[in-house]
Design a protein around this ligand. Structure first.
Ligand code: NAP
Length: 253
């Protein structure tokens, strides 16, 4: 029997990149998957492919930073599948900007998507998990301060540090209900976000990759499947005694 047979997994930001890989992996592990993205077309495309491979998947549009969108998302998941057993908070944006250039909306948008988005989803997911005394939450952040990172990451680092603090505190709060709350902090995974970062820094992606690889102990870029594999482990029973941890997945110490 697949290890997540019968479980419902919600993955945010699942239309592309790391979120897409996580959704595909959890479907292969046997979960019924809800792909949430602010762009429905991308999420629907992935869900459609999963259904054609006979996996159970739906796509739902929601901007995780918007309170009401997340309420509607959870109502829809309850209607279709009954509730969320596994939540992966992956939706995120990155901004590379020096502090002296920051406008109020830069700060508002990064904290709203990265941090408030994660909290919005946990708030609604935990109710069903507490009732059934079983749940798994994985929050994707980023190493803080980004270990290979750049000096223009103060906002991104602050938003991610907040997620890691939230992960640890929530693990204490939900532990008595048999709910595991963990985090994954990837560094330099080869996705659209990385290409945007290279562009923002005025670099060709190939040059950016070369510099990144030179700093990574394992001498290769990470890819989305490297993160999906760790999520698959953290939501499995093999990881049932791990909670409140943030695992750095970055090919080096
Ligand atoms: P990505 O390629 O940019 O994909 C992000 C996905 O999240 C997109 O599908 C995007 O939708 C969606 N999204 C963005 N804002 C959203 C919102 N408000 N509500 C719902 N969905 C939203 O990024 P990625 O590289 O896969 O990164 C995924 C996560 O890993 C992020 O939290 C990121 O901070 C973290 N991370 C990535 C790296 C890296 O090197 N790639 C390193 C460390 C941490 P749209 O297509 O509509 O924009």
């Amino acid at each position: 029997m697949p290890k997540l047979d019968g479980k419902v997994a919600l993955v945010t930001g699942a239309g592309r990149g790391i979120g897409k890989a996580i959704a595909v992996r959890l479907a292969a592990d046997g979960a019924r998957v809800v792909l949430c993205d602010k762009d429905l077309a991308f999420a629907e495309h992935v869900a459609d492919k999963l259904r054609k491979t006979r996996y159970d998947a739906i796509a739902v549009r929601a901007d995780v930073s918007v309170w009401q969108d997340v309420e509607t998302l959870f109502i829809e998941v309850s209607r279709v599948f009954g509730g969320v057993d596994i939540l992966v908070n992956n939706a995120g944006i990155r901004q590379d900007i020096s502090l002296h250039k920051v406008a109020e909306q830069d700060w508002d948008s990064i904290i709203s998507v990265q941090t408030k988005g994660c909290i919005n989803c946990c708030r609604l997911a935990q109710a069903h998990m507490v009732t059934q005394k079983w749940g798994k939450i994985v929050n994707i952040s980023s190493p803080v301060p980004a270990v290979l990172g750049e000096k223009t990451q103060s906002l991104y680092a602050a938003a991610n540090a907040a997620i890691d603090g939230f992960t640890k505190a929530l693990a204490l709060e939900l532990g008595p209900f048999n709910i595991n709350v963990n985090g994954i902090a990837p560094d330099y995974i080869d996705t659209e976000m990385l290409r945007d970062t290279a562009k923002q820094q005025g670099m060709y992606i190939d040059d950016f990759r070369k510099i990144a690889v030179s700093q990574i102990a394992l001498k290769r870029m990470g890819d989305s499947d490297d993160i999906a594999g760790v999520v698959s482990f953290l939501v499995s029973e093999d990881a049932s005694f791990i909670t409140g941890q943030v695992i750095q997945v970055k090919g080096g110490p």
